[in-house]
Design a protein around this ligand. Structure first.
Ligand code: SF4
Length: 594
């Protein structure tokens, strides 16, 4: 029997801040969030109906329309496509006689696509009712289709189908660390709050999410912000296409992450923490809840946490719901508050006005791991590694055209060439570092280094060899941003769509010189005028592509100044059919403007 709305809302204390969690539970129970359910939820939570409807419409994982009993979503990341996902998608749709996200007549199945699911090292991948299945090939897809046809409950599907491999190929400081739970917090308590903050600053730790803001400065600002309570948030919403390292960190190094969060809470005086994990990592939710329960049982969370008198701190797991923009810290906070993940105006910054307008630090998984080791071992544990301005190590998610895709950890300052050699790459055409919003490197730049001062990275490291169509890759990145734009501001909402469409025409050979000028101009306008980093960076793939791979663009452009963006000739096809007139005069001659 499915759970009713009243029970779900009651479990979450009738608190609108839990709306995203409530919608997850409703979706789990009823398959979707019906229009009637939206009305009821609004009434039970005491918020306008439009607020609930807006949240349902914002997140990919929610829908106000019925979906198939098996909702299949193929991961549409660049590496999934490189591994053959489109052919598998078409095979499945053809087999069930479906079009895009259409539901089969018997209501059994719908088949659509979603952005990168974080299985780039074992793609192509898909989600079935949110459960990840990787390493797809013809045989595994055949198994999935047979199970769907048989109407087998997901719980009875072979566990092997859902296996997710770790693929760790190189360990350094973080991935080889051994920690007894509570050790780092105890060391911080011995040092005291102020000295712990000072030690974090001395270590040179910078945020591993890519921007590299000094962690010590962030924590110190939060610690001295006047309001209470204070919050600690771990951003595990890694949605950048090509990154998947947090998946393994949460699966195999969770204690170090939770320890780092607890150290942070002690240092800034926070009483509450959130671990915000992307919904695509559903297979991690149960183990995380178990780990949190174990820490509570061992006295490491809760009142007098870790035996520190007067230090009360607990951590809640919160699920994302398929919105890339929620990786931006202020959008994430909105999501935690049960709202659409629209980035906030800044200032004020989260360190003074974060969750519930209270002082909040937001750091990513890797940053908290490093902080735990600094608390236990001192600043030198990072200072002795890396470069002068990039202390410590960086964990990379290496995927694409390499023999050994997976997770690699290096001291900062490692060259791109060294990573490529270790992963078994050859005939390299390009490397996309830190996802589509990051840095696109050509084969002439392989001696550049992964570091904040040269090529910063949030973790993604995707390799394309010289067999790949670089324009198709850039088009895929442009479509990703158009899909993930939250639509709040015009430059990004319109600009990302214009860029994606123009890149589509360039890639397919239906664009002229003028299109290249236009797409470049739109990308620059987005960079200057967008409300948040997503829009500001969304033109990066195109701008860097034009700069570094110009011959590929020139070879694909038609030798004319401009072409109509609307294919009038093709649109007249129906009229020709109706009138039966299809002679030469019924077609438009293409004008050529050299
Ligand atoms: S830049 Fe894009 S993602 Fe950011 S607020 Fe504007 S529309 Fe939303």
């Amino acid at each position: 029997m499915t759970e009713d709305l009243a029970t779900i809302v009651q479990r979450h204390g009738h608190d609108p801040k839990w709306l995203v969690e409530i919608l997850h539970d409703v979706t789990e129970a009823q398959g979707y969030v019906s229009k009637g359910a939206i009305t009821e939820l609004a009434s039970m939570l005491g918020v306008p109906r439009g607020q609930v409807e807006g949240v349902v419409g914002f997140y990919t994982f929610f829908s106000d329309e019925p979906r198939g009993a098996y909702r299949v979503l193929f991961s549409d990341g660049t590496t999934d496509r490189m591994a053959g996902s489109l052919a598998l998608l078409e095979r499945m749709r053809a087999s069930f006689g479906l079009r895009d996200d259409e539901i089969s007549r018997d209501g059994r199945i719908s088949v659509g696509t979603t952005s990168c699911t974080g299985l780039c090292d074992q793609g192509p991948a898909m989600l079935v009712n949110g459960h990840a299945i990787g390493s797809l090939d013809g045989a595994r897809l055949g198994d999935v289709m047979a199970l769907v046809r048989a109407g087998a409950a997901l719980a009875t599907w072979p566990r092997e189908l859902f296996a997710v491999r770790s693929n760790v190929h190189r360990r350094d400081l973080l991935l080889s660390a051994k920690l007894t739970p509570g050790e780092a917090v105890a060391a911080a308590a011995r040092r005291g709050r102020d000295d712990t903050l000072a030690e974090i600053s001395r270590s040179g730790l910078r945020g591993r999410g890519g921007a590299g803001f000094p962690t010590g400065a962030k924590w110190a600002a939060c610690a001295k912000a006047p309001r209470e309570p204070r919050y600690v948030v771990c951003n595990a919403d890694e949605g950048e296409p090509g990154t998947f390292k947090d998946r393994g960190l949460l699966a195999h190094h969770l204690d170090l992450v939770l320890e780092g969060m607890t150290v942070a809470a002690y240092a800034v005086g926070a009483s509450h923490g959130f671990l915000y994990v992307r919904a695509e990592y559903r297979f991690l939710f149960a183990p995380i809840e178990e780990a949190l329960a174990a820490r509570r049982a061992a006295g490491m969370l809760g009142a007098n946490a870790c035996g520190i008198h007067g230090f009360s701190f607990d951590i809640e797991l919160r699920r994302g719901a398929g919105a890339y923009v929620c990786g931006e810290e202020s959008a994430l906070l909105e999501s935690l508050e049960g709202k659409r993940g629209i980035p906030r105006n800044r200032p004020p910054f989260p360190v003074t006005h974060g969750y519930d307008q209270c002082p909040t630090i937001v750091n990513n998984v890797e940053t908290f791991m490093a902080a735990a080791l600094v608390a236990r071992d001192g600043a030198s544990v990072l200072r002795d590694l890396g470069t002068r301005t990039s202390a410590g190590t960086k964990i990379l998610s290496v995927a694409g055209d390499v023999e050994r895709p997976g997770v690699y950890e290096y001291p900062f300052g490692v060259t791109v060439r060294k990573v490529l050699e270790d992963a078994g790459a050859s005939r390299v055409q390009a490397v996309q570092v830190s996802g589509p919003a990051g840095t696109l490197l050509s084969a002439r730049e392989l001696d550049r280094t992964i570091s904040f001062e040269d090529v910063p990275s949030a973790g993604a490291f995707t390799v394309f060899d010289d067999r790949r169509d670089i324009l198709a890759i850039l088009e895929n990145h442009a479509r990703f941003f158009a899909h993930e734009s939250c639509g709040f501001c015009t430059p990004c909402r319109v600009g990302t769509t214009l860029v994606a469409r123009t890149m589509g025409r360039i890639t397919s050979g239906h664009a002229a010189r003028r299109d290249l000028v236009d797409v470049e101009r739109v990308a620059r306008v987005m960079a200057k005028t967008s409300h948040c980093g997503l829009g500001a960076m969304a033109g990066n793939p195109v701008l860097q592509g034009i700069e570094k791979f110009r011959p590929a663009f020139d070879a694909r452009l038609r030798p004319v100044e401009a072409l109509p963006t609307f294919d009038l000739d093709a649109s007249l096809e129906k009229a020709r059919d109706v009138t039966g007139r299809d002679d030469d005069d019924a077609h438009l001659a293409e004008e050529s403007t050299p």
